[in-house]
Design a protein around this ligand. Structure first.
Ligand SMILES: Nc1ncnc2c1ncn2[C@@H]1O[C@H](COP(=O)(O)OP(=O)(O)O)[C@@H](O)[C@H]1O
Ligand SMILES: Cc1ncc(COP(=O)(O)OP(=O)(O)O)c(N)n1
Length: 269
């Protein structure tokens, strides 16, 4: 069985973070493992508190996994502070690990900072160059590049700028655009468009986490990046179509194995 790891924060309401990642891995038939970087008190209405896990404990979790288990791919989500970023980068270099999907989580949909502003530079310096795929949404791509993004052409310009910072493949997500939810992938040579019609729902909590963990699971299964993204785009679209009106606010995406089949994903390894 293929094995994937998520290095991310916990979302008590189960819609984003570690919980969304592990559900997504399971829905892809991949064994999921976790390194918890922070605990959030969070629900569908907002994030109310964050407690960061110490860098030592994050390092010990990474060691515990890599000393014992062969990881096929991993994703990095909420990293909160500079010391967390540094310990993750050091450990992944120590273990010579390169099958890395980086979701540069900065601000939750509810408006809470999940990355301290001063840690943005460290994320760019230490984690971006390690990423096989980085998956910023529009506001994150704007922070990383300093560019203003309004059009598909702007998304392409930002993808190239982020590639120049060292990420091998850059997927700019179009969830925050006005019309269609089209995502753009740049691999250093060509741009690929993954078109998506906008689904009319407010229940989109955890969309970014779900997409990046789906890509991670597909890479763990040996699927090349372009096709992994294509299949994951279908998965997230189906997961949003079936999103759940749980709680009083923005409900989560839905994960179950039948979804994975509905999304037309193959069983290749
Ligand atoms: N309303 C929507 N309809 C269809 N696809 C969406 C919608 N909202 C987001 N997406 C898709 O979900 C994925 C995550 O994007 P986005 O919501 O921008 O990420 P984040 O959660 O990091 O802000 C992307 O593939 C995006 O195109
Ligand atoms: C613990 C934790 N990690 C990441 C996020 C952000 O997840 P995302 O998929 O971008 O979903 P929204 O917050 O934008 O709905 C999070 N909220 N919590």
């Amino acid at each position: 069985m293929k094995k994937a790891l998520t290095i991310a924060g916990s979302d008590s309401s189960g819609g984003a973070g570690i919980q969304a990642d592990l559900k997504t891995f399971s829905a892809h038939g991949v064994f999921g493992m976790s390194v918890i970087t922070a605990i959030t008190a969070q629900n569908t209405q907002g994030v109310f508190a964050v407690q960061d896990i110490s860098p030592e404990m994050i390092g010990r979790q990474i060691d515990a996994i890599f000393d014992d288990i062969d990881v096929d791919a991993l994703k990095i989500g909420m990293v909160s502070v500079t010391d967390t970023i540094k310990v993750i980068a050091e450990k992944l270099q120590e273990y010579h690990f390169s099958q890395i999907v980086l979701d540069p989580v900065m601000i939750s949909k509810s408006g809470y900072s999940l990355l301290q502003p001063e840690a943005g530079e460290a994320l760019i310096k230490y984690l971006l160059p390690l990423a096989m795929v980085v998956t910023p949404n529009i506001p994150e791509a704007e922070v990383i590049t300093g560019l203003h993004i309004e059009t598909l052409a702007d998304m392409k310009k930002a993808a190239k700028a982020i590639h120049d910072l060292g990420a091998a493949n850059v997927l700019i997500k179009g969830g925050h655009m006005e019309d269609d939810a089209t995502d753009i992938l740049f691999d250093g040579e060509k741009y690929l468009e993954y078109p998506g019609r906008r689904i009319d729902t407010k229940h989109t909590h955890g969309t970014g986490c779900t997409l990046s963990s789906s890509i991670t699971a597909n890479i763990a299964r040996g699927i090349p990046v372009e096709r992994a993204v294509e299949q994951s785009k279908r998965y997230i679209t189906t997961a949003i179509e079936h999103s759940l009106a749980i709680g009083k606010g923005v409900g989560p995406t839905h994960h179950f194995y039948e979804l994975y089949q509905k999304a037309g994903m193959t069983d290749e390894q």
